[in-house]
Design a protein. Structure first.
Length: 130
């Protein structure tokens, strides 16, 4: 196995449940991360693109709405006989990843003191002469 693939699969072994029925396969090989983790990773990328291009700052209600589906899906599997399917796992992971990424971008902006404008550009503020 090439070193990059080895590193990815080793990371998957360490951080993902890798349950066979919860994973996608490519060319007969199980992916290193389950479908929910893949959704989360994709959501992190999508959310960061949204944050960079639009400068969107997440609100508490959007955060709750984005996290609730993954929480409900996971808790229902844990507490009942319900078994989720991979497309639902991907979508719930995607939503969670997007809102977490938007939250991270908000923390970074607040820490660095950037303005709300896209791509971190600062808008000129009018100067008052007193």
């Amino acid at each position: 196995m090439n070193p990059l693939a080895q590193a990815i699969y080793t990371t998957g072994d360490a951080y993902c449940n890798q349950i066979s029925s919860h994973s996608y396969y490519l060319n007969g090989n199980q992916m290193p991360f389950c479908s929910r983790c893949e959704g989360i990773f994709l959501g992190l990328v999508v959310g960061m693109i949204i944050a960079i291009i639009t400068g969107y700052e997440i609100t508490a209600i959007v955060l709750v709405l984005g996290i609730t589906p993954i929480a409900v899906d996971g808790l229902m599997q844990l507490l009942t006989r319900y078994v989720s399917i991979n497309p639902i796992r991907v979508v719930t992971g995607l939503l969670a990843g997007i809102v977490v990424s938007l939250l991270i971008s908000l923390f970074v902006r607040e820490t660095l003191g950037d303005s709300k404008s896209p791509a971190g550009t600062k808008e000129d503020k009018p100067v008052r002469n007193c």
